[in-house]
Design a protein around this ligand. Structure first.
Ligand SMILES: [Zn+2]
Length: 50
């Protein structure tokens, strides 16, 4: 869990297309934008800026 529980909850409902990186609702079988079927969960761990 990150710093913001609400943000975590929102992010956990999002999957991202591996092809075009469009956001899709979790449970989607295909990307709404390009139709690609490989979607990954949006990463929830905070990225540290370099
Ligand atoms: Zn896509």
């Amino acid at each position: 869990m990150g710093k913001f529980p609400i943000a975590d909850a929102a992010l956990s409902k999002i999957v991202v297309c591996k092809k075009c990186k469009a956001r899709n609702k979790i449970g989607a079988k295909k990307c709404r934008k390009c139709g690609y079927s490989e979607l990954r969960p949006k990463r929830k761990d905070a990225r540290v800026k370099k």
